[in-house]
Design a protein around this ligand. Structure first.
Ligand SMILES: Cc1cc2nc3c(=O)[nH]c(=O)nc-3n(C[C@H](O)[C@H](O)[C@H](O)COP(=O)(O)O)c2cc1C
Length: 341
């Protein structure tokens, strides 16, 4: 699949997730075969651009191309300016967020709240596309309220505006993360537009990815929550799509190496204090459902420096290595990969 001039290496995309898909995690997902990744959302508000959080989010140093920066806001001119800023900062694709359901974002009429005002949506799309000479993509939901899904009109307007690809989460804002993603409407949209469509929502296994691709006719699938603590899911899905067969669960020794590498990247990226704290949630995701992992996590949360944190993680994985070879040997609880975190 292409986004503008960029041919993606496959049709598996890691979803933008604020607080999760920072540069270290995007890099890891791409290493495991994600064909594309989008940054965490960044506010279009210029006054917040130099905040620590924005600077981390806008850090694309050394990232594998194409680099996609997601912007969120509600003012067309402000978004246009933010798009220009991100391109100057290294973005090769600009993604507009019209999907975020969070109150803090929607109260400012940004994210999915924009879907209530189609005229404003159109002005934003036109302004951002005109502002930059790189592809602009859109990520959105089915609509704001159930029963008032307006995605068909929004998608057509996006196509007319010159949007290069549309990522569609099969829920409304009203759904938040409740109910299940509705792939029927994604399929309907695909039939009605000619730009690449990326289907998103509740994809947590190779079979589900194949089902969604086949059923909706989408050009690609986007995976969010199921990749947390499990970046190798892209390798598993790619293998299944190519061969129809499942890869064996990863070996414990590989996961240990991946996690230790991920921690080292987080420590380097965020520094000692934030690195230690941000790493906690990732460690928790990697170890969910594993033998004695509740006790391990309770202890791990108490550790307040990176050197000791790395040590406790390493020693926990060494214990697991004494008990089996593959992750499936030490997985003692079924994990719901779509739990909201
Ligand atoms: C923790 C978290 C943070 C998210 N942050 C963003 C974001 O910054 N931008 C965005 O467009 N969507 C964001 N999303 C939505 C996801 O990109 C995705 O649309 C949603 O999780 C559904 O996909 P999934 O079922 O594969 O998780 C976020 C989701 C989660 C769980």
């Amino acid at each position: 699949m292409y986004i503008g001039p960029y041919q993606l290496s496959n049709n598996l995309i890691v979803a933008p997730m604020a607080g999760v898909t920072d540069r270290p995690f995007r890099t890891l997902c791409k290493y495991f075969g994600a064909g594309h990744a989008v940054s965490e959302m960044m506010t279009a508000d210029k006054t917040l651009r130099m905040s620590k959080k924005s600077l981390y989010r806008a850090n694309f140093d050394g990232e594998l191309a194409p680099i996609s920066a997601q912007i969120a806001g509600s003012d067309p001119e402000q978004l246009a300016e933010a798009a220009r800023y991100q391109v100057a900062n290294g973005a090769q694709i600009v993604d507009i967020n019209m999907g975020c359901p969070a109150k803090k974002v929607c109260n400012k009429l940004a994210g999915s709240a924009l879907l209530q005002d189609e005229d404003l949506v159109a002005r934003i799309l036109d302004a951002v596309v005109a502002a930059v000479d790189v592809p602009v993509t859109l990520k959105t939901r089915l609509g704001f309220l159930n029963g008032e899904e307006n995605i068909l009109r929004v998608a057509k307007r996006a196509e007319d505006a010159g949007i290069a690809a549309l990522a569609l989460h099969g829920r409304t804002r009203e759904d938040m993360y409740l109910n299940t993603a509705r792939y029927e409407l994604i399929r309907e949209v695909k039939k009605n537009i000619h730009i690449p469509l990326i289907a998103n929502g509740d994809i947590d296994s190779p079979e589900k990815a194949k089902y969604v691709l086949d059923y909706t006719g989408a050009d690609a699938v986007m995976i969010g929550r199921a990749a947390q603590g499990r970046p190798w899911i892209f390798r598993e899905i790619a293998h299944y799509l190519e061969t129809g067969e499942h890869l064996a669960a990863p070996e414990i020794v590989e996961v240990k190496q991946v996690l230790m590498g991920h921690l080292a990247e987080l420590y380097q990226f965020y520094g000692e204090y934030s690195g230690c704290r941000i790493a906690r949630k990732h460690i928790a995701w990697y170890t969910k459902g594993l033998r004695s992992s509740n006790e391990f996590r309770q202890n791990m949360y108490k550790v307040e420096n990176t050197a000791d944190q790395a040590k406790v993680v390493e020693s926990y994985f060494d214990q697991l290595l004494d008990q089996g070879r593959r992750m499936s040997d030490v997985q003692v609880e079924q994990v719901n990969l779509l739990e909201i975190k």
